[in-house]
Design a protein. Structure first.
Length: 129
């Protein structure tokens, strides 16, 4: 299992500024991944955003950028993703989550309460021994 934290506001696949965001995801992923997982994986995505009325990006557009950026680093191909969970939190808001795993050392709660926009990404091997 690996956890990746990408500082800064998450970017949508519909936006023009996604290249820098993709690069940051890949840099952080390479720090955690020596080689792509083999077999099925579960991906957990937690987005921490400032609440801007009418400007919240769609979760599916946020997710596409992350999954594409991890391809070849955390897993060889996105067909390996057997499960994924996506959740959006707003800076300063409540943290209510029932995911199978949470980021280490309370990173999610710290980011939300500290009003720090970021993306927290977990990749778990789903392959059973």
């Amino acid at each position: 299992m690996i956890w990746i934290k990408v500082a800064g506001p998450p970017k949508s696949s519909q936006g023009r500024s996604k290249k820098g965001y993709t690069d940051r995801i890949q840099v952080e992923a390479r720090k955690q991944c020596r080689a792509p997982f083999s077999g099925d994986v579960t991906v957990l995505l937690f987005y921490v955003l400032n609440k801007n009325q009418g400007q919240e990006p769609d979760l599916d557009n946020l997710t596409k950028v992350v999954l594409d950026a991890l391809k070849g680093i955390a897993y060889s191909d996105d067909h390996q993703i057997s499960h994924f969970r996506v959740q959006r939190f707003y800076c300063g808001g409540p943290v209510e989550c029932s995911a199978v795993a949470l980021p280490p050392t309370g990173d999610l709660a710290k980011s939300v309460s500290g009003r720090e926009e970021c993306t927290l990404i977990g990749v778990i091997s789903s392959t059973l021994p």
